[in-house]
Write a new protein. Structure first.
Lengths: 127, 396
């Protein structure tokens, strides 16, 4: 075999892949932990810090003093939003954080339906 | 008369007897001489035959040695050429897998907010397993391992290994350590641990735990892997020890139809990078206890920054000397938000902060964070959070 010097392959991907950080858990349902959902550490979170993964601890550190939005947590940890949502779901299950959903947007009512109702009322009662 | 006749008769008989005796003794002598002659001839022929046999034996031996040598040479040549062929392919696979891992990570970041992320994470898992196989084959063929340019905590190295096996959720890392592996040791140790974890997972029941702990023993750092499998018998232990120490290096052709790269790969790696692996222990579940023994040249006691952080961790708010700006910062160098009290200052303008060396990709993330922060501020001020916030209130 020839022994010419071989250039080594440089591994540029993260050492710990995202699916290990999430421990293979699936994404929480679509409506849970949206961008603007606010999360904060629960009262007894500080006692369990030592057993957490570094990423979960980082998230907990961020939300320790008050509420922070999910999107901001993602930006600060530089983890993909989905990964953060999985982490948050797990942490909420473990009682480490509390999440507060944003105020639901007023439902959009179809203008045509309203017009049809109005027309119907007019036709029936005259206006 | 009668007496005479009798005497004559006796004489004749005596004479005949003497004659017969003489004849017989002569014959006996002749026979004896004959026998001696033929014996001598036979002995000679025998010794000749013996001589020929010896030469033939020697020739046979010579032929056998030549034959064995030729076969060995042929095997070595075949091994070398097989390795050369495989090495080329393995390196190709290896670099492709590495490229794919990097690419996939980028895609996962890009579509991080999308539901497709769930599938992408699974693809990432499959890819990591493929990368391990490619690395293993490369090592068997004498190709260099892909290397990492940064030191990493032993905990993260084990997590990296964890991601390279199929049932990675069975692996539980029981503790975290401040010990860090030097950059050069990160890849080989991760691969060796991955092979050990894979072994532990394959030879124990589905669903049984695989526990990883760390221990410092004198000048060595140990990664201990306990499984709840069936354990090994003495013969298997001996074989494993020979493979792991690198004493016995099987040929590629000896690996069989379902090649078991694990131990040979670990043996090669441990010799090359100077660590030791032992699997003769018994775990507390009665399975195998595998120990990776890392000498002090391979690790340091320093804490390393978390994987995705390039900059040093500054936790305390308002560290005066090192940083001019009084804003608390996260490990990523991002301004840290002090919760609700100061929502406006949470995501300051980029111009006012002047971060040192910000990579381009970080800009995008921060811009996103900033716009979201603005959105957040809008929501907060809109809801006038100084008053007690009650969701969906209609008392206004």
């Amino acid at each position: 075999m020839s022994d010419e010097p071989e250039e080594e392959l440089e591994l540029t991907s993260s050492l710990v892949p995202f699916f290990v950080i999430t421990n293979g858990r699936s994404l929480p349902p679509e409506h849970a932990y949206g961008h603007t959902t606010l999360v904060s550490a629960s009262e007894h979170a500080a006692t369990t810090v030592r057993t957490l993964t570094p990423e979960a601890r980082q998230v907990l550190d961020l939300v320790m003093d008050g509420f922070l939005s999910v999107a901001e947590v993602a930006a600060h940890t530089r983890l993909p939003l989905g990964v953060v949502r999985i982490l948050l779901a797990e942490m909420e299950d473990g009682g480490l954080i509390i999440a507060r959903k944003p105020v639901p947007r007023a439902e959009r009512v179809d203008r045509e339906v309203l017009n049809a109702v109005l027309d119907g009322l007019r036709a029936r009662f005259g206006a | 008369m009668n007496r005479d006749a009798l005497v004559w008769c006796l004489v004749v008989v005596a004479a005949l007897g003497v004659a017969a005796t003489v004849v017989l003794s002569r014959r006996a002598k002749a026979i004896a001489a004959n026998k001696d002659r033929s014996e001598a001839a036979l002995t000679q022929r025998l010794s000749e035959a013996d001589g020929r046999l010896a030469t033939l034996r020697a020739e046979l031996h010579q032929h056998r040695t030549d034959h064995a040598k030729t076969i060995q040479e042929a095997e070595e040549a075949a091994e070398d050429s097989t390795k050369a062929v495989l090495k080329g392919s393995a390196r190709f696979l290896q670099s492709l897998a590495a490229e794919q891992l990097a690419l996939l990570e980028e895609i996962q970041r890009k579509y991080g907010g999308h539901s497709v992320l769930g599938d992408l994470l699974e693809v990432g898992h499959a890819n990591a397993q493929m990368a391990r196989k490619a690395q293993g084959i490369a090592v068997m063929c004498g190709a260099p391992l892909g290397r990492r340019s940064r030191a990493a905590s032993v905990y993260d190295v084990v997590r990296s290994a964890q991601g390279q096996i199929r049932n990675f959720r069975r692996v539980e890392i029981m503790q975290q350590t401040g010990f860090a592996l030097k950059a050069s040791a990160v890849s080989p140790v991760a691969l060796a641990v991955a092979e050990l974890l894979d072994n532990a997972a394959s030879f124990s029941q589905q669903g049984s735990p695989i526990e990883v702990t760390f221990q410092r023993v004198q000048k060595n750092l140990c990664i201990v892997i306990d499984d709840a499998g069936v354990g090994m018998n003495d013969e298997e232990r001996q074989k494993a020890t020979a493979l792991l120490s690198g004493q016995y290096r099987p040929r590629l052709s000896q690996l069989g139809n379902q090649p078991k790269f694990g131990f040979p790969v670990i043996g090669l790696l441990s010799q090359q990078y100077g660590f030791r692996v032992d699997v003769t222990g018994v775990s507390r579940y009665g399975g195998v206890r595998a120990v990776v023994l890392l000498p002090e040249e391979l690790w340091t006691e320093e804490e390393t920054a978390p994987v995705n952080e390039a900059q040093p961790v500054v936790e305390q708010p308002g560290v005066p000397a090192a940083r001019p700006e009084p804003v608390a910062r996260t490990a990523g160098g991002l301004p840290r938000r002090g919760a609700r009290q100061v929502p406006i200052a949470s995501v300051p303008d980029q111009d006012t902060v002047g971060l040192p060396h910000v990579p381009a990709e970080e800009d995008a993330g921060r811009a996103a964070g900033r716009s979201l922060g603005a959105f957040q501020r809008g929501t907060l001020s809109g809801r006038n959070l100084s008053a007690a916030p009650s969701e969906g209130s209609d008392d206004t």
